[in-house]
Design a binder for this molecule. Structure first.
Ligand code: NDP
Length: 296
């Protein structure tokens, strides 16, 4: 059996169409354009590329987009002041502090400075806290985990009652995706670097989410036939046949696993395109919250 490929690019494109349609209405009826502010500290090339791509997507979707680029040696006070300026700006509905920050900065304090109404990354402790509680609704959900759920839902996969196994427990991916699966009534097992018998645990999964940052770790014999496999991993491995000498692979051994799984996301082109799409979705939501169009 060969798995059905879950096409993240196509699903993200659908989401952008929905966002553009909603923005047209917001602009016409209420004169509002959603605004996203990015805060970038230092010269990390990957971070600069991510921020540039988020800003470009903003423009493509009709968002108002501004950015603050601070030097590598910016102080804690300078970064917090930039966040506070955007907190007070009514044209801004979402603030994104690009992670990782240089090591001398206190990331936890900076993320907690973001107004909860503009926390479109969903990393504010209040939003994460609400996500962890039964019957509570965070204002925003972290983008990559929300993207994983959107891929499942839009592919018609039943989450309620499913046995879900999540590999990884990070604040950014593993933990929030586990909580989102739990909210949708999956039975969730979270694995990490100290977990024993990983292949055995993974074989129980109807839905397997891999977010470990270990190239091709998940093998065919870790996967129950017909299971849904969501690969969040982004890893570069050497490949002398390419121009750059390397290529991108996920945490799942795609070629092997696609022969066993029922559905699988490719890398690239699976979860990756969903992250920015969900950021735009959250920023649109922020604009609707600010305009009183959504009850919170
Ligand atoms: P982290 O390094 O923060 O977390 C990795 C998690 O995996 C940890 O919980 C760690 O366990 C666990 N882990 C690591 N090695 C093993 C192992 N051998 N066996 C079992 N568990 C292990 O990574 P992130 O969560 O930030 O990212 C995970 C992957 O997702 C990366 O490849 C990253 O590039 C990618 N990513 C992709 C995004 C996208 O848009 N597609 C967005 C964000 C991340 P422990 O807690 O015990 O250390």
């Amino acid at each position: 059996m060969t798995a059905q490929i879950i096409d993240g690019k196509a699903i993200a494109a659908q989401i952008y169409d929905e966002i553009r349609a909603e923005i047209a209405v917001l602009k016409e009826k209420y004169g509002i354009a959603p605004g996203l502010a990015t805060v970038l500290v230092g010269e990390n090339p990957a971070s600069k590329a991510y921020v540039a791509s988020k800003q470009k997507t903003c423009v493509d979707c009709g968002f108002h987009s501004v950015g603050e680029h601070l030097p590598e040696d910016a102080t804690q006070e300078q970064v917090e002041a930039a966040v506070r300026r955007f907190n007070e700006d009514p044209a801004i509905h979402g603030i994104l502090v690009q992670l990782p920050l240089p090591r001398h900065l206190n990331e936890e304090k900076i993320l907690a400075t973001i107004s909860i109404e503009k926390d479109v990354d969903g990393f504010h402790p209040l939003n994460i806290g609400k996500l962890a509680m039964k019957g509570r609704k965070p204002l925003f959900v972290p983008c990559t985990p929300a993207g994983c759920i959107e891929l499942l839902v839009r592919s018609g996969i039943e989450i309620s009652g499913a046995e879900a196994v999540v590999l990884g427990r990070s604040n950014i991916v593993g933990l929030p995706v586990s909580l989102l699966l739990l909210h949708r009534d999956a039975t969730v097992t979270i694995c990490h670097s100290r977990s024993r018998n990983l292949p055995e645990i993974c074989r129980r999964a109807d839905i397997l989410v891999a977010a470990v940052g270990q190239p091709k770790m998940v093998k065919a014999d870790w996967v129950k036939p017909g299971a849904v496999v969501i690969d969040v991993g982004i890893n570069r491995i050497p490949d002398p046949t390419t121009k750059s000498g390397s290529r991108m692979v996920g945490d799942v051994d795609f070629d092997e696993v696609k022969e066993v799984a029922g559905y699988i996301t490719p890398v690239p082109g699976g979860v990756g395109p969903m992250t920015i799409a969900m950021l735009m979705w959250n920023t649109l939501r922020g604009a609707k919250i600010a305009a009183g169009l959504i009850e919170t």
